[in-house]
Design a binder for this molecule. Structure first.
Ligand code: PMP
Length: 279
C-alpha cells in the first residue's frame, strides 16, 4: 500500500509529489497545516481540525480555497487510495508561488498538499510505563495559537528532547508551562486538572478540548490557568494530549520523578475514557 499525496488537485504516489521552489511555504514558512488521524479507518474530529485550519489561515490572510465539505471529500478520497489500517493525514496550505519578496501578492493561488501515510501507534509498553520529558525555554513567536508551518523552535526543542533520550520537551515561558513541542501539557495538582489557558501562548489542541470535556463529565475539577515549572515538578500527575500522543503520562521531568513514577489514577481514567470514545 503506497503513501499517497495530493498536490493542487492531483492524487499520486507521495514519492513523486513536488512543489515549486518559489513556493512561499518553502521560502518563508508562509502557510498553515493540520495533522489528523483515523480510528478504525475513519478520520477523527475532522470538523474541529478544519475549524482550526480556517482560523489559522484567516489569521495569516490566507484563503484555504476549499470548503470544509471539499476538504472532507479529499480526505476520504485519499483514504480510499491509501488503504492503510490506520492513517496519519497531513494537510498543508501555503500562500503559493511568487518571486521571493516579503510582502505577498493578494491574489495568489494557494498551494494545497495532503499526505496519507501509515500511522504506527505508540507501543502499549511505552504508554503503560509513561514517558519522560525535559523542560526548555519557549522561544516561539507571539501567536502559537496559529498552526503555522514555521516550526523551528518546536523542531529544536524536540531535537533536544531526542538528544536527551526523552519523549517530549515541555516549553517554559517566564517560568510558566505553555505546552509541549508537539502536545498540550496537563497536570493534576491537589486533585485539580490544570492546563494552560487558550490564547496566543498555546495551540488550542483538539485532543485537549475533548479530554477536558471528558474530565468535566467525570465531575473532576478543571482549571485553565498557567502552571509554573515548580508546580509541574511537584504535580501528582503530568500528562500530554495530542492527536498522535492521545493521553500520555509523563512520569519524569528533568530527571525528577512525578508522583509515584507511574501513570496516575486521573491519567489512567482519562486514557480509558478516551479509548472508549474512539473505540
Ligand atoms: N501543541 C502543539 C505545539 C502541537 O504541535 C500539537 C499537535 N498538533 C498540539 C499542541 C496538540 O494538538 P492536537 O490535539 O490538536 O493534535
Amino acid at each position: 500500500m503506497p503513501d499517497i499525496a495530493y498536490v493542487n488537485g492531483r492524487f499520486g504516489p507521495l514519492a513523486d509529489a513536488v512543489v515549486n521552489i518559489e513556493d512561499r511555504g518553502f521560502q518563508f514558512g508562509d502557510g498553515v497545516y493540520e495533522v489528523m488521524r483515523t480510528y478504525r479507518g475513519q478520520p477523527f474530529s475532522v470538523e474541529a481540525h478544519l475549524t482550526r485550519l480556517e482560523r489559522s489561515a484567516q489569521a495569516l490572510q490566507l484563503s484555504t480555497g476549499h470548503t470544509a465539505a471539499q476538504w472532507t471529500s479529499l480526505i476520504h478520497e485519499g483514504l480510499r487510495l491509501s488503504r492503510f489500517p490506520e492513517t496519519k493525514i497531513y494537510l498543508q496550505i501555503t500562500r503559493g508561488r511568487a518571486p521571493r519578496d516579503h510582502p505577498f501578492p493578494i491574489d495568489l493561488a494557494p498551494t494545497t498538499v495532503l499526505t496519507f501515510r501509515e500511522l504506527h501507534p505508540l507501543e502499549a509498553s511505552v504508554r503503560n510505563a509513561g514517558v519522560q520529558a525535559i523542560t526548555i525555554d519557549d522561544i516561539r513567536w507571539g501567536r502559537c495559537d496559529i498552526k503555522s508551518v514555521n516550526l523551528l523552535a518546536n523542531v529544536l526543542a524536540r531535537q533536544r528532547a531526542k538528544e536527551a533520550g526523552v519523549f517530549e520537551a515541555i516549553l517554559i515561558r517566564e517560568g510558566m508551562v505553555t505546552e509541549g513541542s508537539v502536545s498540550n501539557v496537563v497536570v493534576v495538582r491537589n486533585g485539580v486538572i490544570q492546563t494552560a489557558p487558550e490564547g496566543h501562548r498555546i495551540l488550542s489542541g483538539v485532543t485537549r478540548a475533548i479530554v477536558l470535556e471528558l474530565a468535566r463529565k467525570e465531575g473532576l475539577p478543571v482549571s485553565e490557568a498557567f502552571v509554573s515549572r515548580e508546580e509541574l515538578l511537584a504535580a501528582s500527575e503530568v500528562f500530554l494530549t495530542g492527536t498522535t500522543v492521545e493521553v500520555l503520562s509523563v512520569v519524569r521531568v528533568d530527571g525528577q520523578v512525578i508522583g509515584d513514577g507511574a501513570p496516575g489514577a486521573v491519567s489512567r481514567l482519562l486514557s480509558a475514557r478516551w479509548n472508549a470514545l474512539i473505540g
